[in-house]
Design a protein around this ligand. Structure first.
Ligand code: UT7
Length: 341
């Protein structure tokens, strides 16, 4: 005979407020400057600086993997949040450059940080992945499924960079950022609103075509550079501005706030001209944007996570501030999120 549960534990309790209670980041030691790049491809510091704002980027060591960088960022976030590995219920890792196709990079990070009780999975949403993962974590905690979630954005993009292609190789770098999400009673409203979006019709303007089931790497195509980032720069630029402005407006509307309420915007770190265009369209001073792309270039899913940690640790964002995060990447995927810090 079918037994009916007395109540549904998922619907019995009111939704909980979710906050980011710790952040961390890690970038590799090795710096590749614009001058260094000009010795690899036909480029120069002036072109890269004026077109992108990037001055240098970090390069992971050969034996330093995405999970190593992610674990270091995670440990820094755990230390700030004052939590131990065994308290983490779920690890979500946003990455386009996992250690392996499987298992998930989250599983490798789990063993490196001693998160023995955590469920682990990777999120594939390219450069927008960190905010997608934060929103998934938020839902799990709000619904009482989990208490403590580690979200990591980590990339070793220099392994999928075509070093013969000046249109793209000057843009990317390696690194990782992390955040611990928990329910926190009273005070801040925490993660107030998020808008997530995607449009697969634009998949081919930013992708890595090789290495999956569509174009497996074979002896015949091994020299075709299919397992590297391909991007139609101008089209991506245009879509990035439209999408991030839209995501910012939708997240603000859901939060019942206006752009004037925002103390700091933490945007995807792809190009300073994109950030200036977004500032202009949202009618907010560019000084309110946290920018570190000059030092790290575009680190995809790690970018906004690293920026959030640096803004937090430097005191650029303080308790009670409304913070707006906006991201954009391959897919296309994009998102905006409003937090009370
Ligand atoms: O994280 C995902 C999101 N990604 C992005 O948001 C990136 C979006 N796109 C961009 O940021 C820009 O489109 C780029 C920085 C990639 C390129 O800037 P652009 O102003 O759109 O330049 P362009 O591609 O139109 O190239 C202009 C010229 C070309 O020469 P010609 O055809 O005018 O003679 C390029 O060949 O600049 C040349 N060029 C370079 N010159 C020196 C392209 N790359 C380089 C280079 N150094 N590295």
């Amino acid at each position: 005979m079918k037994r009916t549960p007395r109540s549904n534990p998922r619907s019995a309790k009111p939704l909980r407020t979710v906050s980011i209670v710790g952040t961390g980041s890690y970038v590799p030691e090795k710096i590749l400057s614009n001058a260094d790049l000009s010795r690899i491809v036909a480029t120069d510091d002036n072109w890269i600086t004026t077109r992108t704002g990037i001055k240098e980027r970090r390069i992971a060591a050969d034996d330093e993997y995405t999970s190593d960088m992610g674990a270091k960022a995670a440990l820094a976030a755990m230390e700030q949040a004052e939590i131990k590995g065994e308290e983490i219920d779920l690890i979500l890792v946003a990455t386009a450059t996992p250690d392996m196709v499987f298992p998930a990079t989250a599983c490798f990070i789990q063993t490196k940080i001693g998160a023995t009780k955590a469920a682990c999975l990777d999120i594939s949403a390219a450069c927008a992945g960190f905010l997608f993962a934060v929103e998934i974590a938020q839902q799990f905690i709000a619904c009482h499924t989990y208490d403590t979630v580690l979200v990591v954005g980590a990339e070793k993009l220099t392994t999928i960079t075509d070093w013969t292609e000046r249109n793209t190789c000057v843009l990317f770098g390696d690194g990782a950022g992390a955040a611990i999400l928990r329910h926190r009673d009273g005070g801040s409203h925490g993660l107030i609103s998020t808008h997530l979006a995607s449009d697969g019709n634009f998949a081919d303007i930013l992708w890595m075509p090789g290495g999956g089931t569509r174009h497996p790497i074979t002896r015949e195509n091994a020299d075709d550079h299919l397992q590297t980032i391909k991007m139609s720069g101008k089209e991506v630029y245009k879509q990035a501005v439209i999408a991030m402005v839209d995501a910012a407006k939708k997240a603000l509307a859901k939060a019942d706030l206006t752009i004037d309420d925002i103390a700091c915007v933490i945007p995807h770190q792809a190009n300073i001209r994109i950030i200036e265009a977004i500032a202009d369209r949202l009618k907010i001073s560019v000084d309110k944007f946290f920018v570190n792309l000059d030092r790290y270039g575009n680190t995809s899913a790690a970018a906004v996570a690293i920026a959030l940690d640096e803004a937090n640790r430097s005191g650029r964002i303080k308790a009670g501030d409304y913070v707006l995060m906006v991201v954009f990447g391959g897919g296309l995927t994009w998102a905006g999120s409003v937090i009370e810090w």
